[in-house]
Design a protein around this ligand. Structure first.
Ligand SMILES: Cc1cc2nc3c(=O)[nH]c(=O)nc-3n(C[C@H](O)[C@H](O)[C@H](O)COP(=O)(O)OP(=O)(O)OC[C@H]3O[C@@H](n4cnc5c(N)ncnc54)[C@H](O)[C@@H]3O)c2cc1C
Length: 321
C-alpha cells in the first residue's frame, strides 16, 4: 500500500514524487516508456531555470536520481486502469495491481507525428515541435512549419521573429487557424506558404535534417532544402484509460484548474495532460508540486478519517459560465 501513486515519469510526475517523498509519503511512479518523459527527445534545453544549457537526457537523469534519492520508487509499467474501493485506489499496470490512497495523473501529451520513415531519429536533429523550446537554434536560418491550423500559426509567428526564411507547408488551400493572425503572418517579408502540399519524406546527412520531400495535390514532387522543420499538427493526450475516473475536455485533456484537483476525492493531475495554456517543463514541474502537496493533504485526511472534499475549480468555473 502506497500513500501516493504517480502515473508517468515526466517532469510533472517526477516533481510530484520529489515533493511527496520529501513530505514523508510513500510514493511509486509508474512509467510506460522513457524515464524523464518528453524531455528525453530534446538534445538541448535552454529555458529551465538553473541550467543555462542542459540536454533533456541529463535533466531527466537528474530528476530521476533526485526522486530515487529521496525514497520514491520508479518502475517501468503501463497503467491501463484505475478503480476505487473504499478509500483505496487500485491501479492496474502490466497486469499487476498497485494500491494507494491517492493517484496523481501525469501522463503528458505527445506531439502528433507525420509517421514518415526516419522521423523519430530526426527529432532533436532538425525536426522539432516547439518554437518556444527550439526556435532560438534556428535564428538566421531557413525553417519550415508543417501544418496550417492555430498551433502552426502560433509556432510560425514565433519562428518568423528570428528565422531568415520561414516556409509554411500546408496540406489545404489556406491556413485554417485564426484568419487575422494568419493573414498578418503571411504578410511578413520572410514568410511564405506552400499550400495543397504534403510532406512525404525527409532527406538528411550525418548532422540531421537537410530537406523535406513534398508532393502537391496534382501529384508533383519537389524537394525543399531547410535547416529545420517544426511539425505543428497538434498534440495528443493519452488519457483514454482514465476517462471513467476524471472529466476530460473535448480534446481529451483532463479538466482541472490550477489547484490540480480533479474533484474526485483523491485523484490529482499534473503537467501537459491537463487543460492548460502553456505546456513546458517549468509549468509541468509547477503542477507536480501543487498536485503532490494537495495529494499529501488528502492522504493525511484519509488516514485521520477525515478526507478533504476535492474541488475541481475548472468544473466549477464552467458551471458559473
Ligand atoms: C522535442 C521536444 C523538445 C522540447 N523542448 C523543451 C524545452 O526546451 N523547454 C521546455 O520547457 N519544454 C520543452 N518541451 C516540452 C516538455 O518536454 C513538456 O512540456 C514536458 O515534458 C511535460 O512534462 P509532463 O511530465 O507533463 O509530460 P511528459 O514529459 O510527456 O511525461 C509523461 C510521461 O507519462 C508516461 N505515460 C503516459 N501514459 C502512461 C500510462 N498509461 N502508464 C504509464 N506511463 C504513462 C509517458 O510515457 C511519459 O513519459 C519539449 C518537448 C519535445 C517533444
Amino acid at each position: 500500500m502506497y500513500d501516493i501513486l504517480v502515473v508517468g515519469a515526466g517532469p510533472a510526475g517526477l516533481t510530484a514524487a520529489i515533493y511527496a517523498a520529501r513530505a514523508g509519503k510513500s510514493v511509486i511512479v509508474l512509467e510506460k516508456s522513457n524515464f524523464g518523459g518528453q524531455i528525453t527527445f530534446s538534445p538541448k534545453i535552454e529555458n529551465y531555470p538553473g541550467f543555462e544549457q542542459i540536454s533533456g537526457n541529463e535533466l531527466a537523469d537528474r530528476m530521476v536520481s533526485q526522486a530515487l534519492g529521496l525514497g520514491a520508487e520508479i518502475e517501468p509499467a503501463e497503467v491501463t486502469g484505475i478503480r476505487k474501493e473504499g478509500y483505496k485506489y487500485i491501479t492496474t499496470a502490466d497486469g499487476q495491481d498497485y494500491e494507494s490512497y491517492a493517484v496523481i495523473l501525469a501522463t503528458g501529451a505527445a506531439h502528433r507525428r507525420l509517421g514518415l520513415e526516419g522521423e523519430e531519429a530526426l527529432i532533436g536533429n532538425g525536426i522539432s515541435f516547439c518554437a518556444v523550446c527550439d526556435g532560438a537554434f534556428y535564428a538566421g536560418k531557413k525553417v519550415a512549419v508543417i501544418g496550417g491550423g492555430n498551433s502552426a500559426i502560433v509556432e510560425a509567428n514565433l519562428l518568423a521573429e528570428s528565422a531568415a526564411e520561414l516556409i509554411i507547408v500546408q496540406n489545404l488551400a489556406t491556413l485554417t487557424g485564426e484568419k487575422t493572425v494568419g493573414d498578418a503572418l503571411l504578410a511578413k517579408e520572410n514568410v511564405k506558404a506552400i499550400f495543397n502540399t504534403v510532406v512525404v519524406g525527409y532527406e538528411s546527412d550525418a548532422k540531421g535534417l537537410t530537406a523535406l520531400k513534398l508532393r502537391n495535390t496534382d501529384g508533383e514532387e519537389s524537394v525543399l532544402k531547410v535547416d529545420g522543420a517544426f511539425i505543428a499538427i497538434g498534440l495528443a493526450p493519452a488519457n483514454g484509460p482514465f476517462e471513467k475516473n476524471v472529466a476530460l475536455d473535448e480534446r481529451g485533456y483532463i479538466l482541472a484548474g490550477e489547484n490540480c484537483d480533479c474533484g474526485r476525492g483523491g485523484i490529482f493531475v499534473a503537467g501537459d495532460c491537463r487543460t492548460k495554456a502553456i505546456r513546458q517543463i517549468s509549468t509541468a514541474a509547477a503542477d507536480g508540486a501543487v498536485a503532490a502537496l494537495a495529494a499529501c493533504n488528502y492522504v493525511d485526511g484519509v488516514i485521520a478519517g477525515n478526507p478533504p472534499v476535492g474541488r475541481n475549480t475548472m468544473l466549477e468555473d464552467d458551471d458559473e459560465k
